[in-house]
Write a protein that binds this ligand. Structure first.
Ligand code: GLN
Length: 487
């Protein structure tokens, strides 16, 4: 079935005109109609618009436009509900935006469109990207395609589930503390968080601006490299995007990993690490040795402080970023007798519990009297965490860890215990604090039930080529990524 194929497989068939973009798009729409009632990865999609984009792509293909010119020509890609796509709804899975529709394209979306992609659908997520299970959506939870009694991870749970269930060929998500890598691990796909500044954030609704990055969910590493290449680059509309040349990431996938050094952080073998996850990661490390890489034990001594540091910095930034949702400028409004009452009624009715918890925490850590004790201190610890990585990268080319301590947990299992939920991000958070890049790829399954396990590779700042080369070499020598959920 066409919807199960990768971008590179489809591109080859499309350019030979063995298949049409309309057929590819229709196969995704058929799969959505068949399975999304169970999974609920999509908040909405416009089938007619997707097919119209497909017809336009087919016209370009028949007029001779090649996939070397437009690497995503005719490929349906679905989008997390936090990125602006012109004339499409934008809700961040929150009630507070009401019937808001984007008036412009995010830079990453502009680039997808310029590369020929069919940009369709709004994917479910934790409200404003706050969460690890996609249970915090105001429009109902998403379920894991491998076992619908379980969560798909979060906050980009819809993006991961849609790719794992073959409802689209690839998707976009965002990663502030693991929201791409963690759901990719739990759903069995490839999820990449680029180096901070690699992809423009223009048109991304901000959660924590110093941590947020956009990135791809794909069925294999090659597609991840393709999408990263399309979306990367400097953008004058985002002052934090970095004017660094964009390498040919696909060309980096040459299998040459002999002699590369991979660090194994001793702090990551924690007590709560599930035995099957540990065994799968140990086996992956052995595989790397067989393939000629050298494994080096490293230390990231400030790892213990990462979760606390993240939940101070991320909530502080969120409290400032979310101040704009006031009932005056965007979306939903609940009227009051004066502005203060209007604000409080609108925000009281519009935000969900987790978003309110974060705003309250963030306001507290920034308040006078507590700023030095919490926010300022967290910024200092953040520097220590970044320095741990920079020091480790003097000795190694990349770092390997589990992506998550356990496979997908049951829906409802952690929703009443925010601290337990926050701890499921323990392996992914430091990467955002350090501003480096990371990718999660499938490295095995638990036995009973059969659930995907993710391997995380972390790379140097702007070290995506080496990181992807390593990910690709492992993938080419294993078959985990080829397994499909029975739906
Ligand atoms: N799970 C983390 C949180 O709740 C990370 C979310 C994200 O990366 N957007 O904040």
């Amino acid at each position: 079935m066409l919807n199960q194929l990768t971008i590179s497989e489809l591109s080859a068939k499309l350019s030979k005109r063995e298949i049409s973009a309309r057929e590819v798009t229709q196969s995704c729409l058929d799969q959505i109609a068949r399975v999304d009632g169970k999974i609920h990865a999509f908040l909405s999609y416009d089938a007619d618009d997707a097919l119209a984009q497909a017809d336009a792509a087919d016209k370009e293909i028949s007029s001779g436009v090649l996939s070397t010119q437009k690497p995503l020509l005719g490929i349906p890609i679905a989008i997390k509900d936090v990125l602006a796509v012109r004339n499409q709804p934008l809700n961040c899975a929150s009630k507070i935006l009401g019937k808001f529709t984007s008036t412009y394209d995010a830079s990453a979306i502009e680039k997808l469109k310029a590369a020929g992609a069919i940009v369709f659908g709004r994917l479910n997520m934790d409200e404003f990207a706050m969460g690890s299970s996609t249970e915090n959506s105001a429009f109902g939870a998403t379920r894991n395609p491998w076992d619908i009694s379980r969560i798909p991870g979060g906050s980009s749970g819809g993006s991961a589930a849609a790719v794992a269930a073959d409802e689209c060929i690839a998707s976009l998500g965002t990663d502030t503390g693991g929201s791409i890598r963690q759901p990719a691990a739990l759903c069995g796909c490839v999820g990449l968080k680029p180096t901070y500044g690699r992809i423009s954030r223009y048109g991304l609704v901000a959660f924590a601006s110093s941590l947020d990055q956009i990135g791809p969910f794909t069925k294999d590493v090659r597609d991840s490299a393709t999408l990263l290449g399309v979306m990367s680059g400097h953008d004058l509309r985002d002052s934090t995007s970095i004017p660094q040349p964009v390498p040919n990431y696909v060309a980096a996938l040459d299998g040459k990993i002999r002699g590369l050094k991979i660090g194994l952080p001793k702090e990551y073998m924690i007590g709560g690490l599930d035995a099957e996850v540990k065994a799968a990661v140990d086996a992956a490390v052995k595989k790397y040795q067989e393939l000629g890489a050298e494994i080096v034990e490293i230390s990231l001594p400030h790892t213990d402080y990462a979760v606390a540091t993240y939940y101070i910095i991320a909530t502080a930034e969120a409290s400032a970023n979310l101040a704009r949702f006031d009932g005056i400028r965007y979306g939903a409004r609940v009227d009051g007798n004066d502005p203060a009452e209007l604000y409080s009624k609108t925000r009281g009715a519009g935000f969900g519990d987790e978003v309110k918890r974060r705003i309250i925490l963030g306001t507290y850590v920034l308040s006078s009297g507590y700023y030095d004790a919490y926010y300022l201190r967290a910024q200092k610890v953040r520097t220590l965490i970044r320095n741990d990585f920079l020091k480790a990268f003097e000795k190694v080319d990349a770092i390997v860890t589990p992506t998550t301590p356990t496979a997908a947990f049951k829906a409802g299992e952690k929703s009443d215990d925010p601290l337990q939920m926050y701890l499921s991000d323990i392996f992914t958070i430091s990467c955002n604090l350090a501003g480096i890049c990371g990718v999660s790829l499938p490295c095995g399954f638990t036995k009973n039930p059969k659930l995907p396990i993710g391997l995380q590779l972390l790379g140097k700042p702007f070290g995506e080529e080496t990181m992807l080369r390593l990910a690709h070499a492992y993938e080419q020598n294993t078959a985990w990524h080829k397994e499909k959920a029975a739906l």
